[in-house]
Design a binder for this molecule. Sequence first.
Ligand code: ZN
Length: 142
Amino acid sequence: MDSLDNLYREIILDHYKNPRNKGLVTDPGYVTVRIKNPSCGDEITVQTRLEDGKIGDCRHEGKGCSICCSSASVMTETMIGKPLETAHAVAANYLNMVSGKPFDPAVDLEEAEVYAGVRQFPARVKCASIAWQAFLQTLEKK
Ligand code: ZN
């Protein structure tokens, strides 16, 4: 269990230090949503571009704690290339998982599973959620 925790911590730290798909674009083909988390000053902007019913690209930019910034990076990697419906299901399932609600273990959260432990820390749930909430909003805001 300890080594699993360490592995999870390493993945989170890696995404925090070397964020994937970071930086916004000015391409009008992207839908942009920004969310703030007043409780710890996190602020994340997510951009999504759809392509043939799939997530063609997903970008993020912002500042915040390690949980917030790393989960934004993990989210973009998880989402790029996913069919729209799968992307929806994964994001909804992830948000249920981190907030301690029932979720479907059959939906593969891939690397995002490392945030399963967040539900034990109510103060961090919002940190782990905002990038994913912003992502879902980019899908709705067409
Ligand atoms: Zn935070």
